[in-house]
Design a binder for this molecule. Structure first.
Ligand SMILES: [Fe+2]
Ligand SMILES: [Fe+2]
Length: 198
């Protein structure tokens, strides 16, 4: 099987991207990452090596995030007429956690991960390296709640959808393991008065 076909088989949602250049760029970004990682197969990469080392796969997480984001974007369009750039959103969802494949060392026969950059940053570098638009790289860079930059660009709606569906799926997995939810950690940093404003 060709490498491109392997990526398409793992992530069939790539076919939902309308722009051919973006579609090609997403496949290229995964291939670039595959060349840099110590993993032979993407199916072996865990969603979070610390919390669930032998647990759920990153591929599964990326697909859940992508499919969830697509459905939410469709609901917003249907019920509220809110326009979402689906190509940007799908590409960013598919690439948001690329850096989870990088920075590994083998110590005493075990894989250990040491990230060189804050989460999201190296994934954004690879997004640009694959020739994709800066807006997609921005979405990838700010997807994590710990990002210093926030989704303030023209892709704000897409950025919020990606952030929320990502944290939702990560916390569903943490509830099953169990581990401290990301949302709880986020809430502990916010003054309680904020929660009376929605
Ligand atoms: Fe992430
Ligand atoms: Fe994620």
């Amino acid at each position: 099987m060709k490498k491109e076909e392997y990526i398409l088989k793992l992530f069939p949602e790539i076919e939902e991207i309308k722009d051919n250049e973006i579609k090609k760029g997403v496949i290229k970004a995964w291939l670039v990452t595959l060349d840099k990682t110590i993993y032979k197969k993407l199916e072996e990469v865990p969603q979070n090596i610390k919390v669930m080392p032998k647990g759920r796969s990153l591929v599964e997480h990326v697909r859940v995030v992508t499919v969830s984001a697509i459905e939410i974007a469709k609901i917003y369009k249907k019920t509220s007429g809110i326009k979402v750039n689906l190509d940007y959103l799908i590409a960013a969802c598919l690439l948001h956690d690329l850096d989870k494949l990088l920075g590994y060392e083998i110590k005493e026969g075990k894989k250990e991960r040491k990230a060189f950059y804050p989460h999201g940053v190296e994934s954004a570098f690879i997004t640009l390296e694959a020739g994709l638009p800066r807006e997609i790289a921005h979405l990838v860079c700010v997807h994590t709640p710990s990002a210093i930059m926030k989704p303030q660009s023209p892709v704000k709606v897409e950025g919020l959808i990606l952030q929320y569906v990502d944290v939702l799926h990560a916390d569903v997995l943490r509830a099953l393991y169990p581990a401290e939810p990301i949302m709880k950690l986020m809430v502990s940093h916010v003054p309680s008065s904020v929660f009376h404003q929605s």
